[in-house]
Structure formats: structure tokens, C-alpha cells
Design a protein. Sequence first.
Length: 267
Amino acid sequence: MRLVASDLDGTIVGPDNRISDRTVRAFRDCAEAGIDVVFVTGRPPRWLSPLRDLLGHRGTVICSNGAITYDLAAGRVLEAQALALPDIFAAAGVIRELYPSARFAAETVDGFHLGPGFLEPGSGELPGAATPAPLETTLDESHTVVKFLARVDGASPDEFLHKVRPSVAHLVSTTHSAPSTALLEMSLLGLDKSVTLSGYAASRGIDRADVVAFGDMPNDVQMLQWAGCGYAMASGHADALAAADKVAPAFADDGVAQILEALLRRT
């Protein structure tokens, strides 16, 4: 084990945005043992405070499902892989044909563009969000769009994904990570967590056989398949469990910490 790659939400970070003390210790023990640690998340850079404040992580974070490589210590984007606006608007058109009530938003390197109705009034889901407006009026070629989001009511997350993904597969890569909200996350075609993680590992001379990865949702599937040893959380989505080599104990049982402790004892 030379590199540990871990998802955040549902894997080591809870709904309260906290990381357990046991998990913090396990990652610090990995770092002290000379093992490279990288976090690979669907979150944008502005939502990385648990890593900085609780874990004391100062290294690289792969954000937005692989679209951004971020230097947490410097607070700087190292690389961003952007969607083309024509592909975004074409995908929106396809999704509207399937789900006329779909609402949209776009994550950029610099912030968030909120389409009408994407968030419920007063939901508090995204404090400080921009005033809602059609994305066609707020996005232009000056914006580096790293994630395009679509949301509907009255469908399950899996139903929404399985109906939309084949229809937009020529335009974008599509996944989801929300357990109960029908919310799709779309990235540059061909991009997922594994693509950026493999580049990160190669830049450090680390073979995939020496990578241990942890995840719990469909947006972790490719990363779990790529890693030399991929652990899905026992509390995770069925797609993640099917993709992984092994199963870690549930999030509530500090599953990642349990596995890391056991692996460190073998080194």
C-alpha cells in the first residue's frame, strides 16, 4: 500500500460534516508511515473544510468527480477539466425531453450558477448561492464549467440516472452520489474519479496495484474498479458494492479506519 484514495461523503464524512476521531487518527497514521493520501470527492473545493479543519490535510484533493485537482494547502486549482457549453445545453435539452420539469445548475471553478427552481426556497442547501437565472443567460465562454447538475422530483436517483445516462452518453459523463435526491452530476465526456486518480498516481510513480481506494456511491464505481484494492462501504450503494474487490465495515462503524488500521499492522 503506497497510496490511499478515499471518497468523503458517506465514506468518511457524515451528514453533520464531521469525521470521527478514529478515522482522523487512521489517516494521520498512514501519512506518518509514508503512505500518500489523496481524497477524491464529488465536492467542489469550497466544501473541503472537514479535511482542513478536522484531518489537518494539506495535500492534494481531487474534486468535482475528477474535474478539479486542488492544492489544499495553497488554496489553488492545479488543473480543471471543463465541459463545453454546447454539450451542456444539448444535454439539458435531451433531459428536458425526458423530464420536462428538470431543473439545472452548473459548478464552475469560481462558483455556482443556479437555474430557476433548482433549490427549494429557503432550503439552505447552498448558502450564498447566486440569484437563480437560466443558465443560458449566466454562462458564457469565460466560465470553466466542471460539473453540470440536473434535478427532478418524483423519481428515484437510480431511475433518473438509468433513464438519462444512455441518452446523453455522447455528450457528457453522468453519475450520481445523492442517496435520496434525484440529482445527476455530469462531467466532461470520458471523465470520472479514476481518470484523474490514475494520473495522480502515475505522477508519483505509484502503480495501481499499490493503491487502496474507498467509496460508497455510483460516482465511486470506476475508482473502485481501477484501484489495486477497492473497498466499498457496507453501508454503500449496490453499484459500489458490485464494483469493489472488498467490503469495508459500514460508515457508522468507522469502516475505513478499521481497514486502514489492519493494513498498517501488516506493513
